[in-house]
Design a protein around this ligand. Structure first.
Ligand SMILES: [Zn+2]
Length: 189
């Protein structure tokens, strides 16, 4: 990772002609020996990783050749030489399968086991419903049938400090236990 580009280094006035690997010249900047090009100024024959991917190519073993910078130096990407790029390996069905499984696991809530359509943060492991909703969601699933995940409730190892917002406690007593509490079930006389 390069040092953050000093905005002064990509000031248009500081640009100069840079000799390229193919002997051609392109207008850019020099950043500790790495050519830097502004968005529409990048010479032909270079591509970002994303552009290579679109062409079903990957950088291969080459080091990034130059740096593409846009939005005044706030965004940047490595540029690779197209002539050194290699065709990217297509994933096998087994690899795709494994990826599918892994992604499904990442979309499964640790608490209610719902498979969501978004990735659940690994730091918490709970879906949005479980995170924002109160405990009754757990109680209802526990009451309607056998609990599919008796050991799924795990303490949250990391706490977000500084938010001042208390997270709902995961170890709250399930509703089913409350319902059969002798004090509650005792007939009224
Ligand atoms: Zn959930």
């Amino acid at each position: 990772m390069p040092a953050p580009i000093d905005r002064a280094t990509i000031h248009p006035a500081a640009s100069r002609w840079i000799e390229l690997w193919n002997g051609k010249q392109a207008l850019g900047w020099d950043h500790h020996g790495t050519p830097v090009f502004r968005f529409r100024w990048a010479p032909a024959g270079l591509a970002t990783r994303r552009q290579l991917r679109a062409m079903r190519l990957c950088p291969g073993r080459q080091e990034p050749y130059a740096l593409l910078v846009w939005r005044n130096g706030k965004r940047w990407a490595w540029l690779y030489r197209l002539d050194l790029a290699r065709p990217s390996r297509l994933p096998s069905p087994a690899q795709l399968n494994a990826l599918d499984k892994a992604m499904k696991a990442r979309r499964t809530c640790q608490l209610c086991r719902t498979v969501t359509d978004y990735c659940i943060p690994t730091t918490d492991g709970r879906c949005n419903n479980c995170m924002t909703g109160p405990v009754p969601t757990l109680g209802r699933t526990a009451g309607t049938g056998p609990r599919a995940h008796p050991v799924a409730v795990t303490p949250v190892p990391r706490r977000v400090s500084g938010t001042g917002r208390e997270r709902p406690e995961l170890h709250a007593t399930p509703l089913c236990e409350l319902e059969h509490h002798p004090a509650i079930d005792a007939p009224q006389t």
